[in-house]
Design a protein around this ligand. Structure first.
Ligand SMILES: Cc1cc2nc3c(=O)[nH]c(=O)nc-3n(C[C@H](O)[C@H](O)[C@H](O)COP(=O)(O)OP(=O)(O)OC[C@H]3O[C@@H](n4cnc5c(N)ncnc54)[C@H](O)[C@@H]3O)c2cc1C
Length: 510
């Protein structure tokens, strides 16, 4: 590539790989893309059945505080494709009102009507009506057909039917609710990450230059103007400059990078001896996550076959009792779960492999934050999720666990489950005991969002404006999960890819 790139994109994850691919479609627009992890190379980690393998091969190795002093591993993809290269492959859109809420919160131009074209352009989904689904996008969307459901999933479906729960063939239809097959970005067992679906086809473009295994340690600023990034690769440090810089490092590493570069809450930066270039209190604040908990079961002989069975097939989206937020909850059945990483559950089950009914709150009201532990880029940021801080999140999670328990006791699902390993059945009769259990197994679903949230240009808590430009800076943008004003009622990957798709339109025009 001759001369200075037009756009320097930091992070080749769900958003960054998408943005790089889309911006470089214009041969007159030169793009440099920097990724801390390795470039894409086919690997067993791309197989959806190898989620654990993907996580060991492509991870930042961070931990996060769920609540109190409890710290759990917090996987984050470190490779081309980022989170989309390690995740569970669930490709679910939020509810239309999630995006309309973004607009109400000040993100003008980001309502459902603005996002739907992006969702359609990205997907290749044979299902549903033409005006709702794209047929020839770079991400194949597959669902299990009913004749491919394993017996356990058929029994889960039957249990839902027995309780009068609605059924849906398409969780991505705007008004869908109830139980149905998860849409997934996959081709068979292959997880089609943004590295595979979007970046790989763009790699031979002469206007796209990719630096892999290269970590940005700091942004380069001239006053308030971004001019590039300081990059470290294999023990060497070098500068990459560009006409504009777009941070796509994700909702954890992104705010950490901004803060190390002097962009963030002045007092927090001062604590680490970092001179404040742009005082933005919203950087690292407003962290949103989906909290989840599970019921663990010992299966009857022959029910679990991890070698041959997919981990997930059906999901149940429903509204918590007493809630006026539709589909604020999700229940799924994990056909097999390796209990060896969870000592308490392992001991309670007395078996290595169990079955789990997982339950999560898809519209959490609790908010956490990301802060620096030092100015040194080698020190991981502190991730405080504060899950269940808001009593309404706790109330809904307990209601969801009770519904999961009821379903597990319903024929014919109960026939596959030898026994409930955890919690003890008695806790369902006692709110405090059930909450105690939920907190003991509480897990984030690795859907961090909102730590550089988008808002109207005069919102002091917003970090970027509706054009994704960092408030108070010049030539500096953020495009990734951190800019979401509100977490969608769905796993986050597809929404974040759609955000990058929409941002590409806006950046092309700017
Ligand atoms: C284990 C797991 C399972 C999940 N399951 C699902 C699922 O089934 N469905 C779903 O919808 N969502 C799922 N998610 C969430 C989803 O994958 C993420 O929300 C999404 O990938 C985040 O996209 P992003 O672009 O914001 O960040 P990322 O995809 O994380 O991209 C950030 C990229 O920036 C790079 N980077 C960071 N800092 C630097 C730096 N300083 N210099 C250079 N590069 C840097 C990172 O290495 C990474 O590649 C899961 C996530 C995980 C971790």
């Amino acid at each position: 590539m001759a001369g200075e790139p037009d756009s320097l994109i930091i992070g080749a994850g769900s958003a960054g790989a998408t943005l790089a691919a889309r911006l470089s479609e214009d041969p007159g627009h030169a793009v440099a893309l920097i990724e801390a992890g390795p470039p894409y190379a086919p690997s067993r980690a791309d197989e959806l059945s190898n989620l654990a393998f993907a996580l060991t091969e492509r991870d930042w190795g961070f931990g996060a505080r769920t609540h109190g002093e409890r710290i759990v591993p917090y996987p984050l993809g470190k490779a081309a494709g980022g989170g989309s290269a390690v995740n569970g492959g669930l490709a679910i859109r939020g509810m239309p009102d999630d995006y309309d809420e973004w607009e109400r919160l000040g993100a003008a131009g980001w309502a459902w009507k603005d996002l739907l074209p992006a969702f359609r352009r990205l997907e290749s989904d044979p299902l549903g009506e033409e005006h709702l689904h794209g047929r020839d996008g770079p991400l194949p969307i597959e669902r299990w057909s009913p004749d491919a459901y394993i017996p356990l999933q058929q029994q889960f479906l039957a249990a839902c039917r027995a309780h009068g729960i609605a059924e849906t063939a398409d969780h991505n239809a705007p008004t869908s609710t109830g139980v149905g097959p998860f849409p997934m970005n996959r081709r068979g067992n292959l997880r089609v990450s943004t590295a595979i679906g979007l970046l790989a086809p763009a790699l031979d473009r002469s206007n796209l230059e990719v630096h892999s295994d290269a970590r940005v340690t700091r942004l380069l600023l001239d006053g308030r103007r971004a001019r590039g990034a300081l990059v470290e690769r294999a023990g060497e440090t070098f500068e990459v400059t560009a006409k504009r810089v777009v941070v796509c490092a994700g909702a954890i590493n992104g705010p950490a990078l901004l803060m190390r570069s002097g962009i963030g809450p002045r007092a927090a930066l001062a604590k680490h001896g970092i001179a404040c270039a742009i005082d933005l209190p919203g950087v690292g604040a407003h962290l949103m996550e989906h909290p989840g908990a599970l019921l663990a079961f010992v299966p009857k002989q022959g029910v679990c076959d991890p070698e041959r069975q997919p981990q997930y097939q059906l999901g149940l989206r429903f509204t918590a009792p007493g809630s006026d937020i539709p589909n604020d909850m999700l229940i799924g059945v994990m056909n097999h779960i390796d209990l060896r990483g969870m000592p308490d559950l392992h001991a309670a089950a007395g078996a290595d492999i169990g079955i789990a009914l997982t339950c999560g709150v898809h519209h959490p009201l609790s908010r956490g934050n990301v802060t620096l532990t030092s100015a040194d880029p080698d020190d991981p940021p502190q991730i405080d999720l504060r899950l269940l801080d808001h009593p309404e999140d706790t109330r809904r999670l307990l209601a969801g666990l009770r519904l999961a328990h009821t379903l597990s006791q319903t024929a014919p699902l109960d026939g596959s489950l030898a026994r409930l390993a955890a919690p003890a059945a008695a806790v369902f009769d006692d709110d405090r005991a059930l909450e105690g259990y939920a907190r003991s197994v509480l897990t984030p679903w690795f859907h961090a969002t909102g730590t550089c949230r988008m808002g109207s240009p005069d919102d002091p808590a917003a970090v970027v404006d509706p054009g994704c430009a960092v408030r108070g800076a010049e030539a500096l943008y953020v495009v990734d999960g951190s800019i979401l004003p509100q977490i969608p009622r769905a796993p986050t990957n597809l929404t974040i890819i759609a955000v990058a798709e929409r941002a590409a339109e806006l950046l092309r025009a700017s």
